[in-house]
Design a protein around this ligand. Structure first.
Ligand SMILES: Nc1nc2c(ncn2[C@@H]2O[C@H](COP(=O)(O)OP(=O)(O)OP(=O)(O)O)[C@@H](O)[C@H]2O)c(=O)[nH]1
Ligand SMILES: [Mg+2]
Length: 362
């Protein structure tokens, strides 16, 4: 499951987006220690709907995305560093920075003016600063430990962290560093914020919706968005929340009027999947049809673990057939007869749209 953390300056529209994505009302927040609201949304997938029409299972379960929302990330004295204390952000797969572009005198911006490029840079600097703190603390510790006794592994870690520190001090986020897989693995445990893929959710003014496609250029963010593991998606949280509350037919008509081809929920989820390179596979049966999300290039045994760790552990084989083959043959048996059902081993790289039955020992 994809897990995303919503960050952004106060009153940028994080909670409005959270509500749009999860149809959740904002729960009362625990006072004192920072805590996040976590909500789940269902990933729209036309292919799963088609499979459900075909199999008519008792249960239909789309893939899900988890969103975490928090109050005014940077309004706090501690800035983005405080995010590191909140598990939902530390462990998020991606950060969604809600960037204020709407103009509304009734909702003052904490910095006094609407300047998306400034906000994006400021937030980036905060993420970088938070990570720099973590790197420096770890480096101090490593230096002490290395004085006590040499260790090749600790030396290696020190070397990578020194490179990270240089990048961070130059204002470069860690997501821009090209690291060999081994080194990337060494850093994973730190859960660096600036290493996470970043989706800028540009919260447009209603009046700017007709130019939504050029929002990043209009905001002067083209260069920023060209960075590694960085994307932007335009929304208009307020108006799209209103649409979401209409009857579906009225909502669809309203969207046509506004020139929107897809709902805000669909656009944000698609952009996040795209950013992370996620794909979907399906499990089908009388009981349940279900979609699962995994990173591209995931081997079959690891994909099985997305369903259950027991299936991963007892993995024997994967029976795989392509979604479009199944849709045209209509049954797994017919796919088998036509040689379209394959038996794959644990190293098989799962493809987008695979329909899989995992055989496993119990
Ligand atoms: N005009 C306009 N107002 C918006 C839009 N999105 C959010 N707002 C308003 O801006 C105010 C703040 O929105 P929130 O979603 O609460 O912002 P937030 O980022 O969660 O704010 P904090 O939790 O305080 O950091 C609310 O009054 C929203 O109704 C928008 O697209 N257009
Ligand atoms: Mg909020």
């Amino acid at each position: 499951m994809l897990r995303a953390g919503l960050i952004g300056f106060p009153s940028s529209g994080k909670s409005a987006l959270f509500q749009l994505m999860t149809s959740a009302r904002e729960a009362p927040r625990a006072s004192g220690k920072q805590d996040a609201n976590v909500g789940v949304s269902r990933v729209p997938d036309d292919r799963l709907d088609q499979l459900t029409t075909l199999f008519n299972p008792r249960k239909h379960a789309p893939a899900t995305v988890e969103f975490a929302d928090i109050a005014g990330v940077s309004g706090m004295k501690t800035g983005a560093a405080a995010l590191l204390d909140v598990a939902a952000f530390r462990t998020a797969d991606a950060l969604l920075h809600v960037v204020r572009m709407f103009r509304d005198p009734a909702v003052p911006h904490p910095s006094g003016t609407i300047d998306p490029a400034r906000d994006v840079r400021t937030m980036e600097d905060e993420l970088i600063l938070a990570d720099l703190g973590v790197v420096e603390r770890r480096l101090e510790r490593l230096e002490r430990d290395l004085k006590k006794g040499q260790s090749a592994e600790l030396k290696k870690e020190q070397e990578i962290l020194l490179r990270c520190r240089t990048a961070l001090e130059e204002g470069q986020p860690l997501r821009a560093m090209q690291l060999p897989p081994d080194d990337a693995k060494r850093l994973r445990g730190f859960q660096f914020l600036s290493a996470k893929p970043l989706l800028l959710v540009l919260n447009l003014d209603e009046a700017d919706l007709p130019q939504a496609d050029q929002a990043a250029q209009l905001a002067g963010l083209e260069g920023f968005v060209a960075g590694a593991a960085t994307r932007a998606v335009p929304i208009c949280a307020k108006i799209e929340l209103e649409i979401a509350q209409l009857e579906p037919a009225d909502g669809a008509a309203f969207m046509v009027d506004l020139g929107l081809k897809e709902s805000g929920l669909d656009r944000v989820i698609r952009a996040a999947y795209d950013l992370l390179g996620y794909i979907s596979f399906f499990t089908v049966g009388e009981d349940e049809n279900r979609a699962w999300s995994i990173p591209r290039h995931t081997p079959a045994q690891l994909a099985a673990g997305e369903i259950h760790s027991d299936i991963q552990r007892g993995f024997i084989r994967a029976e795989v057939c392509r979604y479009d083959h199944l849709l045209s043959r209509r049954t797994i048996a017919a796919c088998r007869e036509h040689g379209e059902l394959r038996l794959e081993g644990k190293e098989y790289i799962v493809q987008d749209g695979d329909v899989i039955n995992f055989r496993h020992a119990t």
